[in-house]
Design a protein around this ligand. Sequence first.
Ligand code: KG4
Ligand code: ZN
Length: 357
Amino acid sequence: MKKKHIILGIESSCDETAASVVQENDQDIPIILSNIVSSQVNVHKEFGGVVPELAARSHIEKIDLITKKAIDESGVKFKDLDAIAATAGPGLIVCLAVGLSFGKSVASSLNKPFIAVNHLEGHALSPKLNSKLNYPYLLLLVSGGHTQFLSIEGLGKYKRLGTTIDDAVGEAFDKTAKLLGIEFPGGPKIEEFAKKGDPKKYELPKPIINKGGCNLSFAGLKTAVLKISKQIKTNQEKYDLAASFQGTVEEILNKKSKFAFEEFKKINKKKNNTFVVAGGVAANKKIRENLTNLCKEENFNPVFPPINLCGDNAAMIAMVGLEKFKLKQFNNLDYPAKPRWQLDENATFLKGSGIRL
Ligand code: KG4
Ligand code: ZN
């Protein structure tokens, strides 16, 4: 019988210290033997955002314990591992350096291959952890640092179709939450507030909604929320603003996804198209519901990772590690941490002034 390969994944790109062990299986859906995520919410909440030095310190304190826990829970021994995969970017360099160096040390001490993984590639392929997914598919990646549409054409073959020209949607959720007095990270709480509010109460801007193809923009929306939040007095008004914000984001994502469907169909002439939505914001149930309905209308098959695999985790890193292992895509131990690392390395940098849409 063919050996089922086992990979240890390590993730420390931002404020989650995570380790996971996954194993190959015959159905092409790897089995998660363990998936440990230690969040630093308590470290950062008084600052209203992630403080890089504190995050790095916390990673240093926990990475060995979290990894040991992942190994113990998986029921395998270090000697059973076939390779070690660690996130090498993008992210906060002081944080990346912790998990990356730790992963390299484990690989070196065990004399096993080391695999450097792009964190965004982890999100992009994350639904493969619970469903069989064939290339190509259209991806909407919605996280705290990224909002992009990509055509995922194979492992390492990514074509960007659109991106935010300013803020990421997760960032807009977190800023809105902060303005409403919600502790960091506020995205999930906005969703709760929104259920109690009137989405039509405040008219909020939807920048570049009808131009720029499937590029997106959230900075103007954030500024409008800032202005309104200054006049808010009651809890009901807070719920109404959360609902209006949530509704506006849904409308933007729906409209831009529709544009992206057209772009995707131009380059991939398949009949059965798949739309994957991944990253932290993909945990938002209303956004999932809306995009699922849009897929029904537009003849796309919607795929979401399970909610617990939307946010940062190491199972997705180990899974990409496994895919790369099968192709013998190993890396040297001098592989650098990369704070910026685009999935589509040919895509032009679109942020900042002077962009033409
Ligand atoms: O993918 P992720 O865990 O980390 C990054 O790689 O950025 O995404 C984190 C982002 C945060 O902005 C967080 O507020 C947002 O995902 N988020 C949500 C929800 N859960 C997490 N945003 C909206 N609704 C949610 N339920
Ligand atoms: Zn992430």
